[in-house]
Design a protein around this ligand. Structure first.
Ligand code: PAF
Length: 287
C-alpha cells in the first residue's frame, strides 16, 4: 500500500480482516473517527494519530443516530472526493466509508449510553445525541480494533463521554485528545462553518472572543461562575444573529456544574449564529 494513497474500505468484514492482519504483524493501529467534510482540525488529529501508531485509519461516516429529527442530517456536507484529496499525503493507510446498513445491520436493538455525563450541556439541547455518538464509536472500535483513537477537544463533552465509555466497557485502547484548531481570527474550525453566510461568519468570532474575555477575568481573580457566564453572555449577545443555547461552567473531568472555580473547569458554550449551531470551549484554571 502506498503511504500517500489510502486504501478505501467500505465493508466491516474487510476492515476487520485488515485490522486482524495488522495486529498479527505487531502493528499499532490508530483510528480517527470523522463525519467527513474534513478541514485542518481533522488533519491535525490525523497527524497525532500518525505520531502514535504504525497504521492510521480514518473513518468517514455521517452517523444518522446522533442527529435529532430537526437537525441537519440531510444537509450535512458530504464530499468524499474532496475528503480523500485532503487525506492524501498525510500518512493515512485506510479510509473506512461504510454505508448506514453496514454499521447498523437491520433489526439492531442495541445502544451504548453513558449515564449523566451526556445529559447536561449539549446533551440537554440534543436529546439522544451522545447515545448515537457512543453507539457508533463503540462499533467503530470493535471493527477497526485500534490501539489509539483520536478525538478533538472542540467537542469537549463528547471527548469526556467517549473516554468514560471506553473505560466502562473495558476497551483496550488509549483515547488521545487533539487541541482545537482555529481560523486566524479565532473561530474554532468546524465542518458546520461552511453553512455560515459572510455576515454570520463575521459575528461567529464572538464565541472565541467571549472565551478570551472569561479567561482574562479568571486571570484577574474572578472565580464566580455566574459572573463569568454573564460576561460571556454579554459579549455574545452583542451580535444580532447570535442566539445562545447554553453557556456553562463545569468540572473539567466529571462535568459536574460548578458555582465557583475552585478546581480545573471547562467553560462550554453552544450558540446558533443565523441558525448554524456552533460549539466551543475553554479550560479555566484558577491560579
Ligand atoms: O465528532 C464527530 O465527528 C462525530 O461525533 C464522531 C466522533 C465521528 C462520531 O460520529
Amino acid at each position: 500500500m502506498s503511504p500517500t494513497e489510502p486504501h478505501i474500505i467500505t465493508e466491516v468484514r474487510e476492515l476487520r480482516g485488515w485490522a486482524e492482519q495488522m495486529r498479527a504483524e505487531g502493528r499499532r493501529i490508530a483510528l480517527v473517527p470523522t463525519m467527513g467534510a474534513l478541514h485542518e482540525g481533522h488533519l491535525s488529529l490525523v497527524r497525532l494519530a500518525h505520531a502514535r501508531a504504525d497504521r492510521v485509519v480514518v473513518s468517514i461516516f455521517v452517523n444518522p443516530t446522533q442527529f435529532g429529527p430537526n437537525e441537519d442530517l440531510k444537509h450535512y456536507p458530504r464530499d468524499l472526493a474532496s475528503d480523500l484529496s485532503r487525506l492524501r499525503g498525510n500518512g493515512v493507510d485506510v479510509v473506512f466509508t461504510p454505508s448506514v446498513r453496514e454499521m447498523y445491520p437491520e433489526g439492531g436493538a442495541t445502544w451504548v449510553e453513558v449515564e449523566r455525563l451526556g445529559e447536561g450541556m449539549c446533551g440537554r439541547h440534543r436529546p439522544g445525541h451522545f447515545r448515537g455518538v457512543t453507539t457508533i464509536v463503540a462499533r467503530l472500535f470493535n471493527v477497526a480494533r485500534p490501539h489509539v483513537a483520536v478525538f478533538g477537544e472542540k467537542d469537549y463533552q463528547q471527548l469526556v463521554v467517549i473516554r468514560r465509555m471506553a473505560r466502562d466497557l473495558l476497551f483496550d485502547l488509549e483515547i488521545v485528545a487533539g487541541p482545537t484548531v482555529r481560523e486566524p481570527d479565532g473561530l474554532a474550525m468546524s465542518s458546520r462553518n461552511a453553512y455560515l453566510t459572510p455576515e454570520a461568519r463575521q459575528q461567529a468570532r464572538a464565541l472565541n472572543a467571549a472565551l478570551h474575555e472569561v479567561r482574562e477575568l479568571v486571570r484577574s481573580g474572578e472565580l464566580d461562575s455566574k459572573r463569568l457566564v454573564a460576561a460571556a453572555r454579554n459579549r455574545i449577545e452583542k451580535e444580532p444573529l447570535a442566539e445562545i443555547d447554553y453557556i456553562e461552567i463545569r468540572d473539567a473531568g466529571s462535568l459536574e456544574p460548578l458555582s465557583r472555580l475552585d478546581r480545573r473547569a471547562v467553560l462550554g458554550l453552544a450558540v446558533r449564529v443565523a441558525a448554524t449551531r456552533l460549539i466551543d470551549n475553554t479550560i479555566l484554571e484558577a491560579v
